[in-house]
Design a protein around this ligand. Sequence first.
Ligand code: DX5
Ligand code: ZN
Length: 221
Amino acid sequence: MNEPLIAPSILSADFARLGAEVDAVLEAGADMIHFDVMDNHYVPNLTVGPLVCQALRDHGVRAPIDVHLMIKPVDRIIPDFAAAGASWITFHPEASEHIDRSLALIREHGCKAGLVFNPATPLDCLRYVADKVDMVLLMSVNPGFPAQKFIPGTLGKLREARRLIDELGGGIRLEVDGGIKANNIREVAEAGADTFVAGSAIFGADDYSQAVATMRGEIRA
Ligand code: DX5
Ligand code: ZN
């Protein structure tokens, strides 16, 4: 099993103070930064692109940046995010015309590659591209907005994804994103997740260190 990682989502940060917010959650013990990219086309919201990723690197952020693309198409922005300092790049299979090619493109540009599955999207394609996948991200909300409610059916899907990943071998990470809180992270971990995105539960807390520590304690308990 991979070491658990906690990845605060910038979507719930104060964007006017993004560098300081990212510094604060990393000082609070977070492992990496989840960077949500939305295009008002694939999802009904609009966020930030490679310039802001680069700005975080220029600001001095050294932690891994986990770029979650909620955009369509995906391929033409991949080189730009790699050049801007992305560590991981994940995309939704239905947003790419050629999933195998998009995965290969991410690795060719030196990043780790991942596929993101919406709550109702089957995991089927994973089997055929597993050798090009470093992470599987299961959405536990419909993508587009922070602070939504965790969809309980994700637990069964996590168990299914965990079985498939174990069968395929190779240490693929299993990330979960949406509605993760201190009061559900334990069952999410028990269902097989090893990488935990949390936006509002961390950036919405008065004390980031306490929020991260509580989550980590629940995972380890
Ligand atoms: C949803 C984004 C998530 C979101 C998580 O479309 O991909 O990363 O910001 O936020 P919370 O943890 O508040 O559900
Ligand atoms: Zn996300």
